[in-house]
Design a protein around this ligand. Sequence first.
Ligand code: AMP
Length: 216
Amino acid sequence: MARYIILLGAPGAGKGTQAQIMREKLGLPNISSGELFRENLRNRTELGKLAEGFIKTGKLVPDDITIKMIKDRLSQSDCTKGAILDGFPRTPSQAEELDRMLAQFGSKVEWAIYLSVAENELVDRLSGRRLCKAQGHVYHVLNNPPEQAGICDIDGSELYQREDDRVETVQQRIRVYHQQTQPLIEYYRDKGILKEIDGNRSIEMIAENILKEIER
Ligand code: AMP
């Protein structure tokens, strides 16, 4: 059976970092809705133009646009054995739509991993975060620096700071998370597939913990 695993948590909780590790360990594609939007922004596509204003101001892109983008991505051939979803779903209707989508493939969400992190940690993590231009590999200037400053260890591309990682936008994104995304924790808990993971530890410890929980 295909394995579809979701990563839930506030902005800065470590979803992207863990999704990249899980991709290697589980051999599944890692689908980041934020990274898909950023790729469309960079390429100035119609989708990118539609999403731009929302992303820059720390709001969620409307559900219909986001759902269509994810449907298209999940329909690609590399996702038939499953996927790790980072940043999607983020609203109850996205979660319901994902269930319908996967049911059409004869599948369902296997686990929802909730990375819980102390609120006062989030802003530090986001303001020190750097991404690589080529593939969005995630670093942190203090907690997880690249070997050579400003350069991605994996693909050698340049690192940059996301515009929405500035302090003003970060606060808005955390508010949006509490209002619109937090209810999903209960949604998946009710289904019996929520795994809550303490995200206040080292990247390696968290990764080990996640793998142990989902392979049990
Ligand atoms: P992220 O990289 O996951 O922090 O996402 C960056 C931005 O992309 C978010 O602040 C939203 O504006 C947009 N975005 C990403 N995923 C979603 C989603 N599932 N629903 C709506 N907007 C999203």
